[in-house]
Design a protein around this ligand. Structure first.
Ligand SMILES: [Zn+2]
Ligand SMILES: [Zn+2]
Ligand SMILES: [Zn+2]
Length: 203
């Protein structure tokens, strides 16, 4: 009986939710620097290219009144995570300690000064590439959720080891909800049945 149980467990692990779930990484502060409550991810102020997420519009007003102080509170200097990436996320070259950048609590190694500018243009994307060295950038130019639309570099999602470009915020939500897998560009392996349980229980 335990063998059957193991089999069932193995199936669950191999199609594990965590790995197959599409996510847009979130690198913002999770607690409001004003009130300490959980932030609203879509509510933030910006300072020096970094987002300070807050819990309410009232808090955003307070943050706006002291951007530098709020930024320091949102991402404390003593809690910066050193990503220790080997390769520069902006160019296919080795990262060097003297060209690192710290963005929203993450320290990322870059290869040269020029890459500071590149990083700043799409920081979330470059941090993602620094954190996941084996990520495959699909490079699709049309959104798989709304196939008529050109992608926007700000919106992307990670799905099964791939970085997939999308066109807008709402497509991120839709993709996360698993609705649009059929439009994925060139899957290598046969696509899993959409919303089906086809592989279960065949005797
Ligand atoms: Zn707040
Ligand atoms: Zn460089
Ligand atoms: Zn869209």
């Amino acid at each position: 009986m335990s063998f059957k149980l193991l089999l069932v467990l193995a199936v669950f692990v191999s199609v594990g939710v965590a790995q197959d779930k599409a996510i847009m990484p979130f690198y913002g502060n999770t607690k409001c620097p004003i009130e300490g409550k959980d932030v609203n991810r879509k509510l933030f102020a910006e300072h020096e290219g970094q987002r300070i997420h807050v819990c309410s519009k009232d808090c955003r007003k307070k943050v706006d009144a002291d951007l530098a102080g709020s930024l320091a509170k949102a991402y404390p200097a003593d809690k910066v995570v050193d990503v220790k990436n080997v390769n520069c996320p902006c160019m296919p070259k080795a990262a060097k300690a003297e060209h690192s950048v710290t963005w929203q609590g993450h320290k990322v190694g870059l290869c040269c000064k020029k890459c500071l500018v590149k990083f700043a243009k799409q920081p979330a994307r470059h941090l993602t590439l620094a954190l996941h060295k084996d990520l495959i950038v699909v490079g699709n130019t049309k959104c798989p959720v709304m196939p008529e639309e050109d992608v926007d570099a700000e919106y992307f999602i990670l799905y099964k080891g791939k970085l997939i470009e999308l066109c807008c915020d709402s497509c991120v939500d839709d993709f996360e909800a698993d609705k649009h897998l059929k439009n994925l560009p060139a899957p290598k392996a046969p696509a899993p049945p959409i919303g089906g349980t086809g592989t279960g229980g065949g005797d």
